[in-house]
Design a protein around this ligand. Sequence first.
Ligand SMILES: [Zn+2]
Length: 74
Amino acid sequence: MLEYEVGDIVTLKKGHPCGANEWEILRTGVDIKLKCIGCERMIWVSRMDFEKRVRKIKEEEKFVSIIHHKKKED
Ligand SMILES: [Zn+2]
């Protein structure tokens, strides 16, 4: 299962038409709300779609493949 939460920065299989490919997760649930870091436009995608399209997640200062990402321990 993929681990991600609000505030995480991710990359998707395809970037945004503006040229950027970094997205901030604003909302999670049945649908995921994402904000493009390049142009600040917001989009909604279904969780299923998101999990198919997400590739990397920012951990500390670098991007790692989301399949290797573990949620931070509290
Ligand atoms: Zn954009």
